[in-house]
Design a protein around this ligand. Structure first.
Ligand code: SF4
Length: 59
């Protein structure tokens, strides 16, 4: 599973923590209580763990 550039739309994120809980190397919950991408890259499958569609892959 190759990592791809991913981003979090913080306007959509509800801070549920699913992404950080499932992929702690790729996502963290920041001071704002919303998810941030740790390195700028993440597993493509992380898109499907977000219940509100806030995670997307940058092509
Ligand atoms: S799974 Fe989605 S809504 Fe939940 S913290 Fe991550 S980006 Fe935000």
């Amino acid at each position: 599973m190759a990592k791809k550039r991913v981003k979090v739309d913080q306007g959509l994120c509800i801070g549920c923590g699913c992404c950080a809980g499932t992929y702690p190397d790729d996502f963290q919950i920041g001071d704002s209580g919303l998810a941030e991408v740790v390195t700028g890259e993440g597993e493509e499958e992380a898109v499907s763990v977000c219940p509100v569609g806030a995670i997307s892959v940058e092509e």
